[in-house]
Design a protein around this ligand. Structure first.
Ligand SMILES: [Zn+2]
Ligand SMILES: [Zn+2]
Length: 360
């Protein structure tokens, strides 16, 4: 007989409710986990409100979580770094669901798997807004001693910022413009600061998020609704532009501004997703000899000589280079998920909104 659990099930655009469903059954390399503390991602909002990034309902959304081990698959005794795993251990898991056999998986580039899915996007890969979920031990990390559950839930979004900063090669002395002061933009800001960026500018429309960005280390905050981003950047960099632009704005206009704000030989990195196309004059890229980089999620590769993005993010959350308390702005009980989703869209009040599990 299958065991039953309570879960917040997504059944299509605008349709989500708390229901009874089966506890997932795990394979030999999987772990049955009890999510304890989760945060809402922009992609969860897109799924709920617009039916995007979600397939084959019903299932639970959510992929940013700290969870407790309930049961280990028959072939699981350690995490990805060789730490012994036991029932009751707190874990975080990269939400990548991957085949393990394709060209990219063989290079540990799971996020580029040719049949990639992520937890909380499909019936076969339920997310963390539920009593139980199954996770893949091959991308599971035992949480570091002393890390809080809130820090655990922020490893996933934090790793996106770490990945972008590593891809763009921010080093001591560089100037950086971060476009967008949402959770990912703020993580990129903290990561750029930790990496040694000398000057950090950030553009953001929301007053609340702008103030938060200033507190977290942005020396200059630009309001793109009132100021010309490019002119402001040029004024503050002796007319040269910045070495690195990290675009976390998701605005189709931002690309053009980012390209214009970059210094000659500069780098433009895109983390944001936007539905529309952006127009860019590639001659500007050619003339300035810019490097244009895409940054998606996080990676093991090409950092085999370094910590993975997830592990690096755990270290930074634990030692305070990533300030979890400044990112999570509200917490809701599981039953109040609807208010939580609504709050997560209020950019004048919220950065990241958390949902505590029923058995928190
Ligand atoms: Zn996310
Ligand atoms: Zn694959």
């Amino acid at each position: 007989m299958s065991r039953r659990m309570t879960a917040l099930l997504w059944r299509g655009t605008g349709k989500m409710q708390i229901e009874e469903t089966d506890v997932p059954t795990i394979g030999p390399k999987e772990i049955l986990a009890r999510p304890l503390y989760s945060t809402i991602c922009g992609s969860d909002r897109h799924a709920y409100y617009h039916g995007l990034f979600a397939f084959n309902p019903p299932f639970s959304l959510g992929h940013e979580f700290c969870a407790e081990i309930v049961e280990l698959g028959s072939e699981v005794d350690e995490d990805v770094q060789g730490n012994k795993l036991r029932r009751g251990d707190l874990i975080v898991t990269e939400p990548s669901v991957f085949c393990g056999k394709c060209y990219y998986c063989r290079r540990s580039e799971y996020i580029q798997c040719q049949s990639y899915l992520w937890l909380g996007s499909d019936r076969t890969a339920g997310g963390c807004f539920s009593d139980y979920m199954k996770v893949d031990s091959r991308v599971t990390y035992k949480m570091l001693d002393g890390m809080t559950k809130m820090q655990g839930a922020l490893v996933e979004p934090g790793a996106v910022g770490v990945h972008a900063v590593r891809r763009s090669n921010v080093v001591l002395g560089r100037s950086v413009l971060i476009m967008g002061g949402g959770p990912i933009g703020l993580f990129a800001l903290m990561a750029a600061k930790a990496a040694g960026a000398e000057k950090i500018l950030l553009s953001e429309v929301s007053k609340f998020r702008s103030e938060r960005a200033a507190r977290l280390g942005a020396q200059i905050v630009i309001d793109p609704a009132r100021e010309d981003i490019v002119r402001k950047v040029m004024d503050d960099t002796k007319g040269l532009g910045v070495d690195i632009v990290i675009d976390a704005a998701g605005d189709t206009k931002a690309v053009k501004q980012g390209i214009a704000a970059a210094k000659k030989h500069g780098v433009y990195v895109r983390i944001a997703i936007s539905a529309g196309e952006s127009s860019v004059n590639f001659t500007d890229i050619m003339v300035k000899e810019l490097t244009v980089i895409g940054s998606q999620g996080y990676s093991f590769w090409p950092y085999l000589d370094m910590s993975t993005d997830f592990y690096q993010t755990m270290l930074m959350l634990k030692d305070g280079r990533f300030k979890a308390d400044d990112i999570v702005t509200q917490e809701y009980d599981f039953e109040n998920w609807k208010e939580a989703f609504e709050m997560s869209g209020d950019t004048e009040k919220a950065i990241k909104v958390a949902i505590k599990a029923r058995n928190f």
